[in-house]
Ligand binder design. Structure first.
Ligand code: FE2
Ligand code: FE2
Length: 300
């Protein structure tokens, strides 16, 4: 490589990387090798995470559009670079979740149906809300993804329950959700967002999110003939919502969002992120071989 091409390659470094939000191109393979119930061999929990996965392609396109709409109003060069990183990361998440959703659909767990049903719902939301309201909804849902992701990174038992290739996807996504957790929120603040709208739309987003995910999760369970496996389902539901359940434990972090002076950085994840960048992409990183160059060849 000549000095000139080396310099050009340096310049091609994504803008987001300069602010620690690097879009990493991944290439997971699930087809034919992912177990049907890949999380703890548990139908209820596996189908729950698959339901969430089914929401990401359309959901994250909504997030990206809502931030991109305000991009030209942002003058701060750091936030502009963070927006570039955010858009790049979410685009990669969409691509990889589409891959696992297709693999699940192929084995009869119809994640693509959920994706198709979500599209008109988000189309309706786009129609009846202002652009800033859409951004507030994005902030609310980014708070969900950041807190759920933080928990996944902090809880080794949780991370160990999944089949490694699928968990690789979720851990990579979890890392990046925390890397870019402030972006939509900071854009919202800069374009005149206010507390009443932000908190009100968090209530609405929570109710709608819980309603839809419960419904779609139920449809996948029904398709699998597991909906009335009541005893097992209750036990698995308790793992999420019981006294010390995964989501129950997130309640304080969720409620922090309603503080008037809340900022996503109130939950300090800097050390955690450093640890996980090393674990996933360091010299012996679990996903080191996954990171791809734009031309599809591995970086390393
Ligand atoms: Fe994402
Ligand atoms: Fe995100």
């Amino acid at each position: 490589m000549t000095a000139a091409t080396a310099a050009a390659a340096t310049h091609r470094k994504p803008l987001g990387a300069s602010v620690n939000i690097p879009p990493r191109r991944m290439d997971f393979e699930f087809d034919g090798k992912t177990p049907r119930y890949w999380y703890d061999n548990d139908a209820f929990l596996s189908l729950y995470w698959t339901t969430l996965s089914a929401l990401f392609p359309e959901g994250e396109r909504f997030f990206v559009d809502s931030v991109r709409h305000f991009r030209d109003q942002i003058t701060d060069p750091v936030l502009k670079a963070q927006i570039a990183g955010f858009i790049g990361q979410e685009a990669m998440h969409t691509k990889e979740h589409e891959t696992i959703n297709a693999a699940m659909t192929k084995m009869g767990i119809d994640a693509n149906r959920i994706d198709r049903q979500l599209k008109p719902i988000l189309g309706f939301v786009r129609k009846v809300t202002t652009k800033r309201m859409q951004l507030a909804v994005t902030c609310a849902l980014e708070h969900f993804t950041a807190t759920i992701a933080e928990q996944l990174l902090r809880d080794p038992d949780h991370a160990a329950k999944g089949e490694p290739e699928v968990m690789g996807l979720w851990l990579w996504h979890a890392l990046e959700e925390n890397e870019h957790k402030t972006v939509a929120y900071d854009v919202y603040q800069q374009v005149g967002g206010n507390y009443a709208e932000r908190a009100g739309l968090m209530v609405a987003a929570t109710v709608i999110f819980l309603g839809l995910t419960t419904y779609w999760h139920g449809t996948l369970l029904a398709q699998e003939g597991k909906l009335f496996d009541v005893r097992r389902n209750l036990k698995s539901a308790a793992y999420l919502w019981g006294r010390n359940g995964l989501f129950t434990r997130l309640a304080p972090q969720y409620l922090d969002y309603y503080k008037p002076g809340f900022h996503p950085n109130d939950h300090d994840t800097r050390v955690l992120l450093e640890e996980w960048r090393e674990k996933l992409f360091g010299a012996d990183g679990l996903l080191r071989d996954q990171v791809k160059k734009p031309n599809g060849k591995p970086f390393h």
